[in-house]
Design a protein around this ligand. Sequence first.
Ligand SMILES: NC(=O)c1ccc[n+]([C@@H]2O[C@H](COP(=O)([O-])OP(=O)(O)OC[C@H]3O[C@@H](n4cnc5c(N)ncnc54)[C@H](O)[C@@H]3O)[C@@H](O)[C@H]2O)c1
Length: 326
Amino acid sequence: MMAPGSQPNQETWRGRRVLVTGGVGFIGSHVVDALVSRGAEVRVLDNLQAGREENLRQVREAIDLRIGDLRDPQAVDAAVRGCEIVYHIGANASVPASVEDREYDFKTNTLGTYHVADAAVRYDVHRIVQASTAAVYGPPQYTPVDEQHPLMPISPYGGSKLAAERLLSAYAHTFEFELFCVRIFNTYGPRQPRYVAYDLMMKLARDPRRLEVLGSGNQQRDYCYISDMVAALMIAGSRPIERVEVANISGGRTTSIRELVALILETLGLRDTEVVYGLPSWKGDIDVLSGDIRRFCSFGWQPEVPIEEGLRRMAIDLGLLPSEER
Ligand SMILES: NC(=O)c1ccc[n+]([C@@H]2O[C@H](COP(=O)([O-])OP(=O)(O)OC[C@H]3O[C@@H](n4cnc5c(N)ncnc54)[C@H](O)[C@@H]3O)[C@@H](O)[C@H]2O)c1
């Protein structure tokens, strides 16, 4: 166990041995980039189920990449051994996939988290940062949702991630490691393989004349650009905490799907696109997801990238806008 007072602060990542599970994926690969640039020694565990190795091309030589599965206790044990801090980001991250393949979702998100927690106990991990999700809240009883909101998930994904949070919290108290659970709301940006902003842009790339949108278009979301998310995650890995901390991270601005569609059309300079709403959405979809981020902001963080700018950067990254506009 690391001595009290020796916790890393935001500037002291140099030489820290950090494991990033899911480090090949969207959020995970950006976290790996940030840790490497701050001088941490980074190991990644990922089974490439959703992530692409190409996401790590800028740092490939600097990291220890282990292709392995969270469902495999030995792979997790070997990955955790020797690390002080674990960013546990690997997961089935999709609600529809959790409905389709419940076993994969449970075994990765809940059992896989047990493997991480158990290895953390064996190897004296100092802190785990758990990438949790707004889906643990379920349909909001009030908005924006704060951390005291009841936890009533309505998808296998929300259930498996809530079980993971609770298990980690119990282990953190029993075995005296630190846990920072970040409840992530919709995140978007380069390297994202799915979700609404990406899906809409890709549909428009295929056919700019007509856009079919799932649901009524009135669903509301709270979008956080990836660089803001990573800045928050760096704080979650380094800020002194008591034992267990739980805080929402979102963009702090609610946007309906209709507004998002209008912003994307404007970003791409499309004026004559026919937009059709009403395609059935997926089971477990939630109408309003809007996060109260005052707790995280009290740690000295705030989202900086407005959605208009984030969408522009994403469109450039997808090759839908010329890169000279960067
Ligand atoms: N992107 C969002 O808007 C969002 C919102 C809420 C929560 N989250 C959480 O953030 C985390 C990252 O999400 P993301 O959007 O980057 O998704 P992602 O799918 O890009 O990343 C998940 C990574 O985990 C890996 N993985 C999946 N199953 C695995 C297994 N059995 N063993 C090892 N690795 C495995 C995948 O290959 C992938 O690289 C997830 O824990 C997700 O629940 C994301």
